[in-house]
Write a protein that binds this ligand. Structure first.
Ligand code: NAD
Length: 423
């Protein structure tokens, strides 16, 4: 889809290629070219007390094949090596690429009921009125219902707390192509007075949960041991890399200290795509980390195993509360174009891409950690940041960064020395 030289081209040459490959209009292309696409009126509509906007680099992860389709993946973030790591992992996963699936886009809204005398009777009363409650909630969002969404179930949970027994009502809502927070919150508010009448209690909090256990995506990939050996320039055999990575996985699976950083690496990739598409990355973060502890112990969101041929198989499942409509997905002009670049058919499709990116990112970090160590890959771009930190400007940045990388001595003191030497 893209030229072999894509990586080494200038940003404007890369933009030419992407614009051609993704059929961007002249206006869409111009948004990228102007480095700061959010105008004052749009920014001022999005949040309060606006002063300005704050730009981050937007890159494209390449080599992704998901369910047989090639995908270009926009990523927006400040951290070096993430775009390169994802693209490298995707390249090594060829020719099969990633297989991804997803559940229906069901979010859960929670309504907290307190002061109920007979909780079991209250549960029965709610169950008996499920249909009427569903109708009332759905009436709040005819647009969502017309797209095939709306309430799919109403469940109750009894919560024993220090302030007595509470009844937590769960409203399951199919959000179709919306992330759905506003839609679900509005529905929860709409039925809370009916719940008070049905239960004799008082409704307190009415808000969705980000622990979207019914809206998940799963991605799997197999990395051939031959490709793994080659990735170390055959300094290690494929079997050695697979074993080292399985050891790394067991570490993350069994130790929350490691699992936390393992999952941070997964979210490096996922958040970057979530931000590029105007979605809510705090919602994704909250959902992912809560999901990682769903069985009572915080663990890795990915799992790894050895296939019978000795290759490495990776898998990830996580909640994917993201949309193609709503929130900033349509108000931020660049988000719209990023969604177009990905050529997505539905929010589920985006969730599947996110799962594949998360798995790729995790694979890239685990492979590096299990073989040459994480610093090597980070060094080139990291060295540039350190050079800037030491006060380098313009051409000095590349010169000092290259020298520090060659010396394998990247730190601010050395950068300052090199800077002063030149002066
Ligand atoms: P929204 O309210 O802006 O838009 C969603 C609406 O779009 C739907 O309710 C529906 O009426 C309409 N729609 C049109 N076409 C649709 C389609 N094909 N599929 C589904 N709906 C369609 O956005 P939202 O998704 O309800 O809420 C997302 C926003 O809520 C995000 O900006 C998020 O940051 C924010 N938020 C998040 C939380 C949280 O995560 N805890 C809480 C509150 C608000």
């Amino acid at each position: 889809m893209l030229s072999k030289e894509f990586k080494t081209k200038s940003p404007s040459q890369r933009l030419d290629e992407i614009a051609a490959a993704c059929h961007l209009t002249a206006d869409e292309k111009a948004l990228f070219a102007q480095y700061g696409s959010l105008d004052e009126p749009t920014a001022n509509r999005m949040i309060e007390n606006v002063l300005s906007t704050y730009a981050l680099p937007l890159g494209i992860a390449t080599n992704f094949k998901i369910n047989g389709r090639e995908r270009l993946i926009p990523m927006m973030l400040e951290e070096p090596s993430v775009v390169a790591g994802a693209s490298f992992a995707a390249k090594l996963a060829q020719p099969g690429g990633f297989t991804a699936t997803s559940t229906e886009p069901i979010m859960i809204g929670q309504i907290q009921m307190v002061g109920i005398q007979d909780v079991q009777k209250a549960q029965a009363a709610i169950a008996a009125q499920k249909y009427a409650l569903t109708e009332k909630a759905n009436a709040k969002d005819p647009m969502l219902v017309s797209r095939g969404g709306g309430v799919t179930d109403i469940q109750t949970r009894v919560l024993e707390t220090g302030r007595g027994v509470m009844l937590i009502v769960h409203l399951h809502v199919n959000c179709q192509d919306a992330m759905g927070a506003n839609a679900v919150n509005t529905m929860c508010e709409a039925i809370s007075s009916d719940l008070e009448v049905l239960t004799g209690g008082s409704a307190r909090l009415r808000i969705l949960t980000n622990l979207a256990i019914h809206r998940t995506a799963t991605a799997t990939a197999i990395w051939a041991k031959e490709a793994l050996a080659e990735s170390t320039k055959n300094t290690l055999t494929g079997d050695q890399v697979v074993d080292a990575m399985l050891d790394a996985y067991e570490f993350a699976k069994n130790d929350p200290f490691r699992a936390c950083t393992n999952n941070k690496g997964i979210m490096n990739g996922i958040d970057a795509v979530v931000i590029a598409t105007g979605n809510d990355w705090r919602a994704m973060e909250a959902g992912a980390h809560a999901f990682a502890v769903k069985d009572g112990k915080y663990t890795s969101l990915t799992t790894y195993s050895k296939t019978k041929e000795g290759h490495l198989k990776g898998e990830i499942t996580l909640p994917v509360a993201v949309g193609l409509v709503g929130g900033a997905t349509r108000t931020h002009p660049l988000a719209k174009v990023c969604l177009k670049i990905m050529d997505l058919k539905s929010a589920r499709d985006l969730g599947e891409v996110l799962a594949a990116v998360g798995l790729a990112q995790n694979f890239a970090a685990m492979r590096a950690l299990s073989t040459e160590g994480i610093s090597r890959g980070h060094m080139k771009l990291h060295a540039k940041n350190i050079a800037v930190l030491a006060g380098a400007q313009g051409d000095e940045i590349d010169r000092i960064a290259a020298q520090m990388a060659a010396e394998k001595n990247v730190n601010a003191a050395r950068a300052k020395e090199l800077l002063e030497k030149k002066a």
